[in-house]
Design a protein around this ligand. Structure first.
Ligand code: PHE
Length: 374
């Protein structure tokens, strides 16, 4: 029995070894929050990526090879992100690393990817520092100086808010950056930031901060955080009697936001990468395929991930030889790529120049409000 088990184990091992050396496959690695309080980020991203790669494989693959995507769960933790990304690089020998959504986790992995010269593509991390790590780090989304400007102008010019307060997550590079960019722009437009207080991801009681902010009587509270905390914050603010509007950024984008926030998030506005009310033909075609595969409408994360997948496919196709270095070079050349989330060009800092949308939460729906071009 023991002998049999050992044989089976050995067989298992050699089988895995075989798959790894399969010359007919292009192995890509995705590190993502598949579980934890940001699980919809990882799951939605994985769904968008898998749809893109499945389409490429169905169309015959790339240079006769099929794309294989290996996804590893980082549980929404920076240390885990670094650990699984290392496994993807060292053991799975991935050609390209894809991830993360959260800027703090992309920042935990980018130095490792840069050091090993593995091209890394984040579909959705918007903090400027991510791609500053080095020339192997790319993103296919806009960055937060733009997103902060979009929301500051929306607040001041469209909504005519004069007094805004900020509640930022000091443990998140994304949250701190977006809060800062918003504040600078809102003040330069002539607005007043009457309060600026903080919390830490994982917190569940925000009453002290909210009591303070409520007493300052702001027209709106900007909460540049992720959906789990945002939902709780909105509810507690309403419980305390705050009647103003909530504003946020792409971190709100989750089907769970309205589940957690319930009616408290109704009427709130946030900036995002995509609206599923888009009538752009590429977007419409993408939504049709996504619906057919997953039987639901895509959120913004699935949409940016699909585009990131398509851009990686383009780079793989254009590379004369499939080396990490060549793919890095091809990613840098992406210009005017027509994606589901708009036209994407990678600039000299390896960021994408793209438009943003502002949406309003209405129950389970995010109602399209406006598109803002860079
Ligand atoms: N932009 C966020 C960050 O950098 C991540 C995010 C993108 C979350 C899109 C939701 C939707 O951390």
């Amino acid at each position: 029995m023991k002998y049999l088990l050992i044989t089976a184990a050995l067989l298992g091992l050699s089988l895995t070894a075989c798959t790894k050396k399969n010359d007919n496959e292009i192995v890509l690695g995705h590190f993502a929050s598949m579980t934890g309080s940001e699980a919809t980020f990882g799951i939605s991203t994985d769904e968008g990526l898998r749809l893109a790669f499945e389409e490429a494989n169905a169309a015959g693959g790339i240079k006769g090879k099929k794309i294989k995507l290996i996804t590893m769960d980082d549980q929404g933790k920076a240390e885990e992100a670094a650990a699984v990304a290392t496994r993807l690089i060292e053991q799975e020998k991935v050609l390209v690393l894809i991830g993360e959504v959260a800027s703090s986790r992309s920042l935990a992995v980018a130095p490792l990817a840069q050091n090993k010269k593995v091209p890394m593509v984040s579909p959705s991390s918007t903090n400027p520092k991510v791609t500053e790590v080095g020339d192997y780090i790319f993103r296919t989304c806009f960055i937060d100086p733009f997103q902060g400007t979009v929301m500051a102008k929306f607040a001041f010019e469209t909504q005519k808010y004069k007094k805004v307060a900020v509640l930022r997550d000091v443990k998140s590079d994304y949250s701190v950056g977006l809060a800062d960019f918003f504040v600078t722009k809102f003040k330069s437009l002539g607005g007043d930031v009457v309060g600026d207080v903080s919390y830490q991801s994982g917190d569940v009681d925000f009453k002290a901060q909210l009591t303070k902010l409520k007493s300052l009587n702001p027209d709106a509270i900007l909460i540049p955080g992720y959906y789990t905390e945002v939902g709780l914050i909105a509810r507690q603010a309403r419980e305390l009697g705050y009647k103003g509007t909530f504003l946020g950024g792409d971190g709100w984008d989750s089907p769970k936001l309205s589940e957690i926030g319930q009616s408290a998030v109704d009427g709130a506005y946030f900036s995002n990468h995509f609206s599923n009310e888009s009538t752009d033909p590429t977007a419409v075609e993408f939504m049709k395929r996504f619906q057919a595969k997953y039987n639901k409408t895509p959120d913004g994360l699935s949409s940016v991930a699909y585009d990131a997948g398509k851009i990686i496919i383009k780079a793989l196709e254009s590379a004369t030889e499939l080396t990490r270095e060549n793919i890095r070079g091809e990613l840098a050349k992406i210009k005017d790529f027509q994606g589901a989330t708009g036209k994407i060009s990678i600039d000299s800092n390896r960021n994408a120049t793209k438009s943003a949308v502002v949406v309003q939460v209405q129950g389970k729906m995010n109602k399209f409000v406006t598109t803002v071009n860079p």
